[in-house]
Design a protein around this ligand. Structure first.
Ligand SMILES: [Zn+2]
Length: 264
């Protein structure tokens, strides 16, 4: 097994890499652990002291629940694994206070987190619009949770596809076919003079990947899946993409250790 890095886009929280000489089962277990097991903070309970906005308490609470919170995995435990046994303590709960009466859009930046390391990721995310004399006052409790229990606890989107091996004789292509290919994705299909070249790396990253493959097949290309997997990790912002994968790998190792102990 080998890994070849393709692209790290820190600003947009994205990471792509190729997992080489592996199996579909292994690729899928990494995907599942990353999306369903890696825990992140999200608001689970909201105590309203005042809400004279146009939105019901339930709607405001639901919105708050979906707003990503920067997560420091070292400082928090899952409530069910905490020493307080789920009663709630500083190790498993984060309080976020939102108290405002200002007219206009209330955004994530109006909220105050008790832990400066763990606050809403996107300060401009809107919560509700207040008119004159309307108020919002609430205390929200965030806890660690896992994507398998609720999508708000998912750290991001992780997906992969097989790397294709493409056998294609472009020399007999008609001019209009070449032009059609270039129109699908000019980064993937590059026309130099009369010859068309496929940029393999651009193809793996292309948003038009399916359309490129389909068109190549129609033009007689032989396409086979090889045992390399092109992974894409897109974080929602609570953890960075590398942290998601590191944590997923640690959790997988722990689970296997547990299995080995039980088998003894
Ligand atoms: Zn606790």
């Amino acid at each position: 097994m080998k890994i070849e890095n393709l692209n790290l886009d820190k600003k947009n929280n994205k990471l792509s890499f190729i997992l080489k000489d592996s199996t579909e089962a292994f690729a899928n277990v990494i995907r599942c652990f990353a999306m369903d097991e890696v825990p992140v903070l999200a608001i689970e309970e909201v105590e309203f002291h005042d809400n004279s906005s146009a939105l019901y308490d339930e709607i405001v609470a639901h919105r708050l629940g979906l707003m990503p919170i920067k997560t420091d995995l070292k400082s928090y435990d899952l409530p069910e694994e905490c020493s307080c046994k789920g009663a709630g303590c500083a190790k498993c709960q984060l309080k976020i206070i939102l108290k405002t009466g200002k007219r206009g859009i209330v955004t994530a930046s109006d909220a105050q987190s008790k832990d400066p390391k763990c606050k809403f990721v996107y300060p401009d995310m809107p919560v509700v619009k207040l008119l004159a004399k309307q108020k919002l006052e609430l205390v929200a409790t965030a806890v660690l949770g896992q994507g398998k229990n609720h999508a708000k606890y998912s750290p991001g989107l992780v997906f992969y596809k097989h790397e294709p091996s493409i056998k294609f004789d472009a020399s007999k292509l008609k001019n209009e076919d070449k032009q059609a290919l270039v129109r699908i994705d000019k980064n993937v299909f590059q026309l130099a003079g009369n010859k068309i070249k496929i940029n393999h790396e651009a193809l793996l990253q292309s948003l038009n990947y399916e359309a490129c493959i389909e068109s190549l097949e129609k033009l007689g290309a032989q396409i086979e899946n090889i045992n390399n997997f092109v992974f894409h990790v897109e974080s929602w912002g609570q953890l960075d993409p590398k942290q998601i994968l590191d944590t997923a790998a640690d959790m997988l190792i722990n689970r296997l250790d547990e299995l080995a102990k039980l088998l003894k």
